[in-house]
Design a protein around this ligand. Structure first.
Ligand SMILES: CC(C)(Nc1nc(-c2c[nH]c3ncc(Cl)cc23)ncc1F)C(=O)NCC(F)(F)F
Length: 281
């Protein structure tokens, strides 16, 4: 449904700082302050970086995607800003003050217990379950694209690479390899550029591994290229002592070589609900 697009006037959008660079765009922290008295809301404003290979069409598709998503575990769309001077439109989203999951983990590693890691994992899983119900494939699920809304809530963000699965197919085939690091890619995405809900499940397994390693990239097992074929079981030998049996078994299910053998996000959600480790609040 075409929702009422909130239009933000550029003259009231005051840039405060640069938050970061995502897929094809940069995002600024701004205050939308029509009264000019600093009482306006803080918002995250994403604009297309012209030098990147992404086109306006890609950005329009990202805006179309995020404005159609309504879920507690997905960063909220607030509207758009037509910047008069430049050609580009800007995407206005809610600002999450706790920042990206990577930064949060680095800062709060000591006091994030296993139960909270599983709460975050189950929230990401719920967000992905919703995305799957809308026939969207994220294609870049990674801890760097998860935002922290509060000490007990995380949200999925950065829909720059998200695609809709055509109704008559189970996967989306891209024409040229993207720029994302292959560490998060399922084998069929690396070898055949095929992306599906099940390749998002593989990436979810990687995000689980990132969560339980507190996003410490030095713990990322390396993907080994052996006699020219990608070693596709990067973690079989990784048995970190602190991965509980349940978590390790969930990861291994997400990393089944054949995409059909991987669980769906709904069955993953059941595993989290049933796992003794989380009591539903
Ligand atoms: C490119 C950008 C800006 N990177 C960062 N965003 C925020 C950040 C902090 N608070 C935010 N609130 C909303 C949004 Cl869209 C971003 C942030 N903080 C640090 C970042 F590196 C981003 O969008 N990353 C993808 C995301 F993490 F959001 F999935």
């Amino acid at each position: 449904k075409k929702q009422q697009q909130d239009v933000f006037e550029e003259r009231y959008l005051r840039c405060i700082s640069i938050l970061g660079k995502g897929n094809f765009g940069s995002v600024e922290l701004c205050r939308y302050d029509p009264w000019g008295d600093n009482t306006g809301d803080l918002v995250a404003v994403k604009e297309l970086q012209s030098n990147k290979q992404a086109t306006m069409a890609d950005f329009q598709r990202e805006i179309q995607t995020i404005s159609s998503l309504h879920c507690d575990y997905i960063v909220k769309y607030k509207g758009i800003c037509y910047s008069a001077g430049r050609l580009s439109t800007k995407l206005v989203m809610e600002y999450l003050p706790y920042g990206s999951l990577i930064g949060y983990m680095e800062k709060h590693r000591q006091n994030v217990c296993t139960r909270r890691l599983l709460l975050f994992a189950s929230q990401i899983c719920k967000g992905m379950e919703y995305l799957q119900s809308m026939r969207y494939v994220h294609r870049d699920l990674a801890a760097r694209n998860i935002l922290v809304a509060s000490d007990t809530l995380v949200k999925i963000a950065d829909f720059g690479l998200t695609k809709i699965i055509p109704v008559d197919k189970e996967y989306y085939r891209v024409t040229q390899p993207g720029e994302s690091p292959i560490f998060w890619y399922a084998p069929e995405s690396v070898s055949e550029l095929k992306f599906s809900h099940k390749s998002d499940v593989w990436s979810f397994g990687i995000v689980l591994h990132e969560l339980f390693s507190y996003c410490d990239i030095s713990r990322n097992p390396k993907r080994v290229i052996r006699n020219n074929d990608l070693l596709i079981y990067p973690f079989t030998y990784v048995r970190d002592f602190f991965f509980s049996f349940q978590v390790h078994s969930i990861m291994m299910q997400c990393w089944e070589f054949n995409s059909e053998d991987r669980p769906s996000f709904s069955s993953l959600q059941d595993m989290f609900e049933n796992s003794l480790l989380i009591d539903e609040r």
